[in-house]
Design a binder for this molecule. Sequence first.
Ligand code: PEP
Length: 274
Amino acid sequence: SRSFHHEDTIVWIDGRVPVGGPHLTFFGGPCAIESEQQALESARIAKEAGVDVLRAFVDKSRTSPYDYRGLEIKKGLEIAAAMKAETGLPTVSELIDLRHLDLFLEYGIDVIQIGARSAQYSPLLEELSKIDKPVILKHGFGNDMNEWLCAAAYIMSGIDRERRSVSEGNRNVILCYRGIKSFETETRFAADIGMIPLVRMKSHLPLIADPSHSSGDRRLVERVTYGFVAAGAHGIEFDIHNNPAEALCDGKQAVNHEARRIIENARRIHALLA
Ligand code: PEP
């Protein structure tokens, strides 16, 4: 909370990419790794567009268990490492299963993401308090701000469930706003732009936003991105796919080469309002 930490926290990814404070940071890439070719082509498009950190998602928590959930974990992580080697960019990947954390670190994932479906799963959050890798923390579909910030506190304060003790945890938490469920079905989730300045007033943590998973529609991603940035987001995470029409996961919300225009314009808006 800002009540005892006034300054914006800046989280450094791989010691070279800042998130928070005066910086505007872009995270982008395919919703899921489907094959080496798809992942590398998407990574090249993301890099050319100006993305700072690549999405390299190897494990997907889907609504239906019959939907595409990713390749075998080690195979996916090998491709994630190849995406990083090819572009020189750090990578972010969602951790769903605690048993995969060591593998994620071994294969060089730079940022661990906690998705909406795991956002309040305390064993996962507690485990991340023991490492110092940056963590992107989304909020659940029905979480309010307090629940979201309390989830962040689990990672930051290192609460140990077995010993019931509190110690210093992982301070490298990046919040990611992704919208909540509402009665509206035309957009995938309802993203309240007011949450951006509100969360920034309450919390010193870097705050990014996800226009792909909130809108669920690539035709909305560009303008929603500008809205989030104008409202004060420190960064954007969005889906970039080499062939959205054929994507195995959430192709409807993925952009392609237009990512470059989106990033350039968003940077202009950010500079104008700085
Ligand atoms: C994602 O970023 O891939 C994702 C599944 O997002 P969320 O957890 O917000 O649904």
